[in-house]
Design a protein around this ligand. Structure first.
Ligand code: SAH
Length: 208
């Protein structure tokens, strides 16, 4: 256990030295949410390596550097309502839970929705709700959101997400093909989304 804690600390220091983790609150959230609670038992020894890991059903928990970047780009605020598309292991949602008011996270695969719920419970996270469904449609029931993050690759930003985003809100999504995407950060102003690309990335594709 001490060994895992030490490896977690080494990973945080590595992400800081790379300039990927910057904000003190985000660094604190990374320290408080142990990644090893979000991987499969057999992968525990790899939990603090900076790469994605399989979580079953052909899906992965994202690499720590990617979760650092996405979390920083989202500019999380204590008052934020956040929508995530693609719960997977629940780790990204758990990190956000420390930084915002509430996270609604949608997962397409019923087994992974359950996996995420269990992991969040193990980590003692209370302000994340996992919903089984098709995230392409967003989650109109709790809209508008201050921030929206997609952790599966999409061909373009869903119009449902733009509709459900509050004015001045931020969206992050990997936009592109099945193998390679651009990490896209969008800001809504007067009903329209203005986007910027922040480099290449590789997420698993959204399924419908
Ligand atoms: N954020 C996750 C990583 C997610 S991997 C983590 O921290 O571990 C992408 C996830 O998106 C997979 O679990 C996949 O099942 C899910 N997904 C794919 N298509 C989806 C859709 N239409 N709606 C919601 N989730 C979807």
């Amino acid at each position: 256990m001490d060994d895992l804690k030490e490896r977690g600390e080494t990973l945080v220091e590595h992400l800081k030295s790379q300039g990927l983790l910057k904000s003190p609150e985000i660094i604190k959230a990374f320290r408080e949410i142990p990644r090893h609670l979000f991987v499969r038992e057999k992968d525990i020894n790899h939990a603090y390596a900076d790469y994605p890991l399989p979580i079953g059903y052909g899906q992965t928990i994202s690499a720590p550097h990617m979760v650092s970047m996405c979390t920083e780009f989202l500019e999380p605020k204590k008052s934020d309502k956040v929508l995530e598309i693609g719960s997977g292991s629940g780790w990204q949602a758990a990190i956000l839970s420390r930084l915002v008011r509430k996270v609604w996270t949608i997962e397409f695969d019923p087994f992974l929705a359950e996996f995420a719920r269990r992991n969040l419970e193990k980590a003692g996270v209370k302000n994340v709700e996992v919903i089984k469904g098709d995230g392409w449609l967003g989650y109109p029931k709790k809209a508008p959101y201050d921030k929206i993050i997609a952790t599966c690759a999409v061909p373009g930003i869903s119009r449902h997400w733009i509709e459900q985003l509050r004015d001045k809100g931020i969206i992050i999504a990997p936009v592109g093909g099945s193998w390679f995407q651009e990490l896209t950060v969008g800001r809504k102003a007067r009903g329209k989304l203005k986007t910027e690309n922040h480099g290449g990335c590789a997420f698993v594709p959204l399924r419908r």
